[in-house]
Design a protein around this ligand. Structure first.
Ligand code: BES
Ligand code: MN
Ligand code: ZN
Length: 506
């Protein structure tokens, strides 16, 4: 993993394998640090611009050899896109693209301008944070199980990216932004590693073990409930999902006591931790089923967020809750038509054993309400295929019953670049979850499947402010793009941390 540093000085004086400069679209003569590099190169950048070979478009990366005119071997010109649509998202994304470009070219040590912090007009600290996040997250690849026996080349990695700044007044802000960005990227990488890990390794006990390591590392309290304690608490819905698997369930609770004098200043983040979702007896089809190793992505994002929260210590009490189970078909598995009693006392008709996420979240939410008097709950779940139909692989669906909390989630997502959009929870949809035999049914049919799933969870959120994030489309990516790598994305860990920090101030 590359480290990102800050150094004071002039980028034209830096000896590195490459220096990275930038350019807005349709700028004819480069200014600032890019201008200085252009002059040192006897106008090479401006003549490439004049010839139309460099346009400054977003995503455009051009490599120029310095041929001894600079201490650095190569100059990389990264396009910033149009100045009118420029922002932190472009900086994060560009940094990810550049990190992979550098790796592909075997560049180990590079220096860069603080994209956006100069002519771009962005806040210096925020720009540095975005560079660190984009670089570390874009460079990430899950290579743990690939060996040279596979014919893979032992690829050179980017070791170090130094942000070079000539204005000494900006150094402190740059350093602090890089520190925050590196911490968040590091925690998002923990999330990605957990999600990419196959389900023969990442089972409920393993999730609890990782959570315990995180708790020890950053100083959080941890409680882990097993099957016996779940029975004592009457968690019939969570236990029903778990009963088909030989891997025992765990209910993991991490606690950050950031405001001990005011216990009511709290929030619970509750993440679905289905370590593999076969569908149970309502078995999924074989094609693509391997992706269901990512069905604990919500839970992993909560563990990653709690790690960052433990380090950043916001003045608010935070409970990270992860119901961790495996959804398997077996002789002990639950059946369609089974009726179970949730911890809240409500009875549930299990119409489809593949709608298991909402069952485990129901009991996890009831537990944290009762055990810790949580008064705000945000749940995060790879909950429905329907959210992929609605929003594709770009945008997380946000629903809930507290508009202020939803607005806070959406505002946090704007700051982190993890795109989110709200869907409505109109009462009219509720009748789809009605059961002939029990208080509620765990499926609502095909129409508005993400909304009826959310409304089911809403049956267990009485008395708390509640928001729900459906990340079924955004927890994994088929391709790399900007700060997103192939496989697990780490979404929405950074948004959860931002939300908690924002709430701790207001
Ligand atoms: N884990 C799945 C949802 C999912 C689908 C996540 C695709 C990631 C990618 C969830 O448990 C599920 O199976 N949902 C069902 C619900 C249905 C049976 C009501 C679905 O969406 O089909
Ligand atoms: Mn399922
Ligand atoms: Zn699932």
């Amino acid at each position: 993993m590359p480290t990102v540093n800050v150094a004071s000085g002039d980028i034209t004086a830096i000896a590195a394998d490459a220096i990275v400069v930038n350019l807005f679209e349709v700028v004819t003569s480069p200014a600032g640090g890019t201008g200085a590099v252009d002059r040192a190169l006897d106008g090479a950048i401006s003549s490439l611009i004049a010839d139309g070979d460099i346009k400054g478009k977003s995503g455009e990366i051009t490599l120029i050899h310095a041929f001894g005119k600079l201490p650095a071997k190569r100059v990389i010109v990264a396009g910033l896109g149009k100045q009118s649509s420029f922002g932190l998202d472009e900086v994060r994304s560009l940094s990810g693209n550049v990190a992979r470009y550098l790796r592909r070219h075997g560049i180990r040590r590079a220096a860069t301008l603080a994209h956006g912090a100069g002519i771009g007009g962005l806040d210096t600290e925020a720009a540095a944070q975005a560079i660190a996040e984009g670089t570390m997250l874009g460079h990430y690849a899950f290579r743990k199980y690939r060996s040279s026996a596979n014919g893979d080349q032992p690829e050179k990695e980017l070791d170090e990216l130094t942000i070079v700044e000539h204005d000494p007044a900006k150094l402190d802000a740059l350093r602090s932004g890089v520190a925050t960005g590196a911490l968040l990227a590091d925690c998002a990488i923990l999330v990605r590693d957990m999600v990419n890990e196959p389900a023969n390794v990442m089972n409920p006990a393993k999730m609890a073990e990782i959570a315990a390591n995180v708790a020890r590392e950053v100083g959080l309290d941890i409680t882990v409930l097993g099957r016996e304690e779940m029975m004592t608490h009457g968690m019939g819905a969570l236990l029903a999902v778990a009963q088909g698997s030989a891997n025992e369930p765990r209910l993991i609770v991490l606690e950050h006591h950031g405001d001990p004098s005011d216990p009511s200043n709290n929030i619970a983040i509750v993440g679905k931790g289905v370590t593999f979702d076969t569908g149970g007896v309502s078995l999924k089809q074989a094609a693509g089923m391997w992706e269901m190793k990512s069905d604990m992505g919500g839970g992993a994002s909560v563990i990653g967020a709690m790690r960052a929260i433990g380090r950043l210590k916001p003045k608010i009490n935070v409970f990270g809750v992860i119901p961790a189970v495996e959804n398997m078909p077996s002789g002990t598995a639950q059946r369609p038509g089974d009726i179970v009693r949730a911890m809240s006392g409500k009875t549930i008709e299990v119409d489809n054993t593949d709608a298991e996420g909402r069952l485990i979240l129901a009991d996890a939410i009831s537990y944290i309400k009762q055990a810790k008097k949580a008064n705000r709950v945000v749940d995060i779940a790879t909950l429905t295929g329907a959210i992929i139909v609605a929003l594709g692989h770009v945008t997380t669906g946000v629903m809930g019953r507290s508009q202020p909390l939803i607005d806070a989630v959406l505002a946090a997502s704007k700051a982190t670049g993890e795109k989110m959009w709200q869907l409505p929870l109109h009462d009219e949809y509720k009748e789809q979850n009605r059961s002939d035999w029990a208080d509620v049914k765990n499926t609502g049919g095909r129409p508005a499947g993400s909304i009826t799933a959310a409304l089911f969870i809403g049956e267990f959120t009485d008395g708390v402010e509640w928001a729900h994030l459906d990340i079924a489309g955004t927890a994994m990516s088929e391709k790399e793009r900007g700060w997103i790598a192939k496989g697990a994305t780490g979404v929405p860990m950074r948004t959860l941390v931002r939300l908690v920090r924002d709430l701790s101030k207001s």
